[in-house]
Design a protein around this ligand. Structure first.
Ligand SMILES: Nc1nc2c(ncn2[C@@H]2O[C@H](COP(=O)(O)OP(=O)(O)OP(=O)(O)O)[C@@H](O)[C@H]2O)c(=O)[nH]1
Ligand SMILES: [Mg+2]
Length: 197
């Protein structure tokens, strides 16, 4: 079994938030608390260590009490830059990413991804849900072996930006989760209001 202590959790809060008017999404309040902190508190019992990836307002993120790392790649190249920052600073054999805008993700997310990775001998595990009868991979919730750092350095160094293209180069497993609503993410202000009930 993959031990919880062997997994570092990374909150991805490094995006532009353009659909929310360019705000720092992780710092937007939901029930009086920043969304990124909701995600962090939900992830905390599921992992052995925590990191935050953010590119703005670093002091605000540092107040959460865990290490904060910005992207090493410039110009907001996408979530893989966050994966890269996490892998560079991860001190455990596994890293799991969670976006800052999905405060209700499953409380058994990491355990189920880890069990599937181990059972299948995979290096990467991601949830898959069904929306309107169609399968939907949730690639920003990604459990990966920390040893994939070199591969991701190479992929992003060659200009690669798509998560699926990178994960497709490795042994990966998709893990079905029945509750698609748990993966509802606040991309717009209307989404945020929908969560805030
Ligand atoms: N480190 C890093 N993370 C990113 C970047 N772009 C997106 N993300 C993260 O990836 C996750 C999913 O991205 P989106 O929901 O599209 O968030 P976003 O990019 O801030 O928002 P939009 O600009 O509206 O697409 C979020 O947790 C973002 O913080 C980036 O350039 N760098
Ligand atoms: Mg989103």
């Amino acid at each position: 079994m993959i031990d919880t202590q062997d997994i570092t959790g990374l909150i991805l809060a490094g995006g532009r938030g353009s659909r929310m008017g360019g705000v720092d999404k992780g710092l937007q309040n939901l029930h009086g608390m920043p969304m990124a902190l909701h995600a962090l508190l939900r992830l905390q019992p599921q992992v052995g260590a925590l990191l935050v990836n953010a590119n703005r307002n670093l002091a605000a993120y540092e107040s959460f009490g865990v290490p904060v790392w910005p992207d090493a790649l410039p110009d907001f190249p996408g979530p893989l830059a966050g994966f890269l920052a996490g892998l560079e600073h991860c001190e455990t054999p596994w890293l799991v990413t969670v976006p800052c805008d999905t405060p209700r993700f499953p409380e058994d997310l990491v355990r189920r991804l880890a069990d599937a990775a181990e059972a299948e001998g995979a290096d990467i595990a991601m949830p898959i849900t069904e929306e309107d009868g169609r399968p939907q991979v949730q690639p920003v919730f990604c459990l990966m072996k920390a040893s994939l750092l070199e591969s991701l350095v190479r992929f992003t160094g060659e200009g690669g930006r798509k998560i699926d293209r990178w994960t497709g180069q490795h042994r990966r497993v998709e893990v079905p989760f029945d509750d698609a609503a748990a993966f509802f993410n606040a991309n717009t202000l209307a989404d945020l209001r929908q969560l805030d009930v």
